[in-house]
Design a protein around this ligand. Structure first.
Ligand code: MN
Length: 268
């Protein structure tokens, strides 16, 4: 058998059976990376001349009462980009003409994949406007190995622990929150062929990214290359730097530009 690698590898059915057994025994743990959809959860604020994303709202239809004696349910409404949510390539002008660029057409094979978590908590604690550069990615790879192709990359900042006004961190000159710089995003897309990039903050870009070149470089570069974004993630401190698997499946909204979703990680 030596040298016959195909025979040494477990086949796909064996791999899936192992996954199922690992989940059943809790040897593989599922970590929830999602904030609760809550009317009070902070929403991105654009300058007043632009349209605004609506927050999450719930309206009771009935609660075992005259409106419905045996049943309880709500109508809900929200912007596509409210709460923990997914950005599809059509969200940005750079991705508007790509094939399969909407939530209802994107290839579902991309929605489950390995994940690398780059710990930027110390830098973000020290500087609300911290920009993760290529040097930080190089340091991560020196310690944990090269980011494999078709990975999700998440930027851990500790921002998910913030509440209320501290989360958007709005000042007279706009929002202040950490994110990647343009060169880092370009490196992840062009040199590492990532599936997508995720953050704990309200967007994949820094709060001050309107001043970057190009403006909002994470949105511009990721979506222009058909890659995805995740934002308002939580519990990234429960993930290993490498070796977990991310599940991020947006709602199948017709021509959707993004959607709230439950983001899960399978952790050894
Ligand atoms: Mn978004």
């Amino acid at each position: 058998m030596s040298g016959d690698n195909a025979k040494d590898q477990p086949d796909a059915a064996t791999l899936l059976a192992g996954l199922a057994a690992g989940l059943a025994s809790a040897e593989i743990r599922i970590v929830d990376l999602t904030h609760r959809l809550d009317p009070d959860f902070p929403i991105i604020v654009l300058p007043p001349e632009f349209g605004q994303c609506a927050p999450f709202r719930m309206e009771e239809i009935s609660r075992y009462d005259a409106r419905g004696p045996a049943w309880h349910w709500y109508n809900i409404s929200l912007g596509e980009h409210a709460g923990t949510h997914f950005d599809a390539p059509i969200h940005w002008i750079s991705g508007r003409d790509l094939p399969n660029n909407t939530t209802d057409t994107l290839p579902v094979q991309k929605l489950v994949g390995q994940v690398c978590v780059i710990d930027c908590e110390a830098e973000s604690d020290a500087d609300d406007d911290y920009e993760m550069g290529v040097d930080k990615i190089a340091a991560f790879e020196a310690e944990h190995g090269e980011i494999p192709a078709q990975s999700w990359v998440l930027m851990r900042t500790g921002w998910s622990r913030r509440r209320g006004a501290d989360y958007i961190n709005l000042r007279a000159d706009g929002a202040h929150s950490p994110g990647p710089d343009a060169a880092a995003v370009r490196f992840l897309v062009e040199q590492r062929d990532i599936i997508g990039f995720g953050t704990e903050t309200v967007g994949t870009d820094t709060g001050q990214a309107v001043h970057a070149d190009p403006p909002y470089p994470a949105h511009y570069i990721l979506h222009g290359a058909g890659r995805y974004g995740l934002q308002c993630l939580a519990n990234l401190d429960q993930l290993p730097p490498t070796g977990a698997v991310l599940v991020a499946a947006p709602l199948k909204i017709r021509q959707g530009t993004g959607s709230p979703l439950r983001v899960l990680a399978l952790v050894p």
